[in-house]
Write a protein that binds this ligand. Structure first.
Ligand code: PGA
Length: 258
């Protein structure tokens, strides 16, 4: 695991954007796994800037989003379809047919989930997966006790997640209780994974994901099993790490690595 600590959320976002840009430069038809929420906003802004000012090209890129609330239409302002369109897709040259986001309104969730998994495989698998982390340690909507082998499915949201996400809705009662989400097992099949986190409220989850035991109670801890994972976090999100000095020593030395 590579653990990169940045002083600010802006630097966190820029570092992540450089990883995405490098991926697209070496593989113009890369498959990206994308996340929603407040965490990747700065990353998306930076990618839009790189597209406008540096010509970062998304014309052959395919994307798969991690999750969507069950019951929200694509036009609902809190749906992840809407979020992705507003914050990224409408600003870049991605082909509409290459965008995949779980459906929150399918009449057959089971069939949809199987199709989504199959579509990822047909597109060659995910080259680079972007993740946030919930304050309960979740990745995507894989809440505590989710199987570490889980696949795309309907999931009941934890009370903690509903409370965390209530800030985006008029009242906590409006937050959907169910979501469709890629599973931990689906995520672990990505070739490369970058998890972003900023803010003190993520510090405990980040520490447990990186330094705690691998446990379904902190699904981000399953990333310890992945061969190419990078945590890019700001100083607040890194503040509960026991071995912060060690990670910074490694980062410092990596510059001159043979
Ligand atoms: P946030 O959510 O980016 O809005 O903090 C992250 C998550 O729940 O995965």
């Amino acid at each position: 695991m590579e653990i990169i600590v940045k002083d600010t959320v802006e630097e966190m976002s820029q570092t992540a954007a450089r990883v995405v840009a490098r991926t697209l430069n070496s593989k113009p038809n890369a498959v990206l796994g994308l996340a929603t929420g407040s965490t990747p906003l700065g990353l998306y802004q930076e990618l839009v800037r790189m597209h406008r000012e540096g010509g970062l090209n998304f014309s052959q890129v395919t994307t798969f989003n991690l999750d969507e609330y069950a019951g929200l239409t694509q036009k609902h302002p809190q749906s992840y379809h809407y979020f992705m369109h507003e914050n990224l897709f409408k600003h870049i040259n991605i082909a509409k047919q290459n965008i995949f986001i779980p459906s929150g309104t399918t009449d057959n969730y089971e069939a949809f989930c199987a199709w989504y998994e199959q579509r990822i495989v047909e597109c060659g698998g995910i080259d680079l997966q972007i993740l946030g982390i919930g304050s309960d340690g979740h990745i995507a909507f894989n809440e505590p006790s989710s199987s570490l082998g889980s696949r795309t499915r309907i999931k009941t949201l934890a009370k903690q997640t509903i409370d965390d996400n209530a800030r985006f809705f008029d009242s906590p009662r409006e937050v959907p209780v169910y979501a469709i989400t890629m599973g931990v097992g689906t995520i672990l099949e990505a070739r490369r994974i970058v998890l972003l986190a900023h803010g003190k409220h993520k510090a405990e989850a980040v520490a447990r994901a990186i330094e705690g035991p691998v446990t379904s109670m902190i699904t981000a801890s399953a990333l310890q099993l992945h061969r190419d994972v990078m945590f890019i976090v700001d100083r607040d999100a890194a503040s509960s790490l026991d071995n912060l000095d060690y990670y910074e020593w490694i980062q410092d030395k990596m510059v001159d690595a043979p």
